[in-house]
Design a binder for this molecule. Sequence first.
Ligand SMILES: [Zn+2]
Ligand SMILES: [Zn+2]
Length: 136
Amino acid sequence: MNRTAVYEGGCLCGAIRYRVSGSCSPPALCHCQSCRRATGAPVVAWVTFPEDAVSLLQGEPARWDSSPGVTRAFCARCGTPLSYRHADYPDSVDLTVCSFDQPEAFPPADNIWLEHRVAWMADSDRLPGHPRNRQG
Ligand SMILES: [Zn+2]
Ligand SMILES: [Zn+2]
């Protein structure tokens, strides 16, 4: 994927804002246990940028080492997961696709860590659907 446009994103409460300008690797949906626990979600969409393509516009994320060599950053105020860095790849950073203002710009290309997938996720797109809540 070659996206050189500028995109911005941030956390739910607005304390942290960031901007990317550069080309990303194809986004992926990660089913790993670590991402699931870090977010409370069954699957997490990630997109990878060169470290120097990402700039922090506002706020300072909290950081936590979730496993050896892995640092996850998030908003200490509202909890939004923002990034993942691995010591083995110091020149790149993964950003949560859904913290971007325009997540539609980063359609996932792959599912990764399917061996960790919650079993019921395999059938989730066959469940009854509603445009809003179950009443609406
Ligand atoms: Zn926040
Ligand atoms: Zn993961």
